[in-house]
Design a protein around this ligand. Structure first.
Ligand code: NAG
Ligand code: NAG
Ligand code: NAG
Ligand code: NAG
Ligand code: NAG
Length: 451
């Protein structure tokens, strides 16, 4: 009985999440905040922690999303910048050199001086000018942040309360090794103002208490827990503790605004025929047209051919030669590998589909090429086939090959999606034999079933 109860509590803790999608929390929305201005980008203060050595090439990731003069915050380097970093790029966040905490590190025999420096960075960013700041966002320099979505999500939380928000790892064992109750730091974690303040005040004691802990995000979680606050995961923050080809993962994103992608420097480039930086830029550029739909999965069918079309907005389109329900297509295809080899199953914190050579299961894959917008058509994106699928047609659904389709146009509204309680729907416009195929977004009909 005791074990049973313990497991319920543990389980509740694991899966207890803030609301899915953009939903106003009635209490939070109406508490002490009636006279307050809506949360905007100036209320976020970023603390990015990097090293001088890595910044030479990683700054390209940060510069892809950083908006000079608009986003507030700093990049913290271990030593002063040198060489081609000077003069300092105006497209980068201003830099700071991390405090010298060597004395404390030696005194406490801290097992990981670099981790101590990273955690201490929270205090360093908090002591900067921070009038009006409501949220402190800490992250790595090889992450891409989708700041507009972040503002929209944070606007639903009461920043005067204590919040520790962030993302879990995709890799199950990471939680076992560190904690099921922590934000994985590279992808960004977010502290409400009072929590950032409390943690900063406690910083020296925190680093002393946990001098035996190796990893910075783990230390951060332990110290926050000691302040009486626990972690709330957000499904749009992605640590990307994965290797290889992310396309399956990014083509079935959870129904939650995309907030960040980490480890873009260690996975394969996310777009074929582009390098890592170009890929990150390409993704951020399309996000510039509509962050709210970024990577959101919208599914519709071409009944004449028995095709399912799954769009990951701003990234990819998959055509399956069979009608697959949304419940199935929302599971990512396991195109990627786990973060660490030789570990027990299950590897991932989500269900996956294995890649398949079955022509009814394997999609034709298209990636984003161009984005454009106009008053009449809304946002128009073209997606091109990346490579031949190299399989015969799916016979069980009528032998309707999609191999001749080479280009897909996706039309979505100019207005952003304010609510994510439900996905959007779409129509497929296509005639047999045409190389092109159009997908037009629309609202779902009342009680429309996507299957
Ligand atoms: C919430 O605040 C609005 C505006 O101040 C007010 O009109 C409304 O009655 C409040 N709702 C609740 C449930 O308190
Ligand atoms: C954000 O809100 C503040 C009020 O809290 C306002 O002064 C400022 O102009 C706003 N900034 C932007 C970019 O909208
Ligand atoms: C985008 O739209 C503009 C104006 O409507 C047009 O001139 C341009 O050629 C279009 N670009 C692409 C890539 O379709
Ligand atoms: C679609 O597939 C079903 C079997 O899954 C088949 O009975 C039906 O004839 C197919 N429709 C077309 C137009 O091929
Ligand atoms: C499927 O279609 C292809 C192309 O139209 C045709 O060559 C093939 O014989 C068909 N297969 C079957 C089993 O009907």
């Amino acid at each position: 009985m005791v074990l049973y109860l313990a497991s319920i509590f543990l389980f509740k803790n694991l899966i207890c999440c803030p609301p899915e999608g953009i939903l106003i929390l009635p209490e939070a929305a109406n508490s002490s905040r009636n006279n307050e201005s809506p949360t905007n980008i100036s209320h976020l203060l970023f603390g990015l922690i990097g090293s001088e050595k890595a910044w030479h090439h990683r700054k390209a990731y940060t510069e892809s999303w950083w908006r000079p003069g608009v986003t507030r915050g700093f990049i913290y380097l271990d030593v002063a910048p040198t060489g081609d970093l000077l003069p300092w790029s105006p497209s980068s966040p201003p830099y700071r050199v991390s405090d010298d905490i060597n004395q404390m590190v030696q005194e406490t025999k801290h097992v990981a001086p670099i981790s101590a420096r990273i955690v201490h960075g929270i205090k360093e960013v908090f002591r900067e000018r921070h009038e009006g700041v409501r949220w402190v966002v800490m992250g790595d320099e090889d992450s891409v942040f989708f700041v507009e979505n972040m503002v929209d999500v944070l606007a639903q939380y009461d920043h005067t309360k204590y919040y520790y928000l962030g993302g879990q790892s995709e890799f199950v064992m990471s939680h076992y090794w560190f904690s099921f109750n922590q934000a994985f730091g590279g992808a960004g974690f977010i502290l409400s103002y009072p929590l950032a303040e409390a943690l900063s005040n406690d910083m020296d004691s925190c680093l002393r208490r946990y001098a035996h802990i190796k990893f910075s995000d783990h230390i951060t979680m332990l110290c926050i827990a000691d302040l009486g606050v626990n972690f709330s995961p957000l499904k749009g923050i992605h640590q990307i503790d994965l290797h290889g080809d992310l396309s399956g993962f990014l083509s079935s994103h959870p129904k939650f605004p995309l907030l960040s992608l980490h480890h873009l420097d260690t996975v394969e480039p996310i777009f074929p025929a582009m390098d890592r930086f170009q890929s990150a830029k390409h993704l951020v550029r399309s996000a510039g047209h509509d962050q709210s739909r970024m990577l959101q999965q919208t599914i519709c069918y071409h009944r004449q051919s028995n095709w399912s079309v799954s769009v990951s907005w701003g990234y990819s389109v998959h055509i399956y030669e069979k009608i697959h329900p949304r419940s199935y297509l929302q599971m990512p295809i396991e195109t990627f590998q786990p973060w660490a080899g030789g570990q027990p199953l299950p590897h991932y914190m989500f269900n996956t589909r294995p890649p398949s050579k079955d022509p009814c299961e394997a999609p034709h894959v298209f990636f984003l090429k161009t984005v454009n917008r106009s008053a009449e058509d809304g946002v128009v994106m073209t997606y091109l086939r990346s490579s031949e699928r190299g399989l015969l047609a799916c016979l069980s659904s009528g032998n309707h090959s999609a191999a001749y389709v080479s280009k897909i146009e996706v039309y979505s509204p100019l207005t952003k999606r304010l609510e994510m309680d439900k996905c959007e729907c779409c129509d497929v416009i296509h005639s047999d034999g045409e190389e092109g195929l159009k997908v037009k977004y629309r609202k779902c009909l009342l009680s429309e079933v996507i299957a």
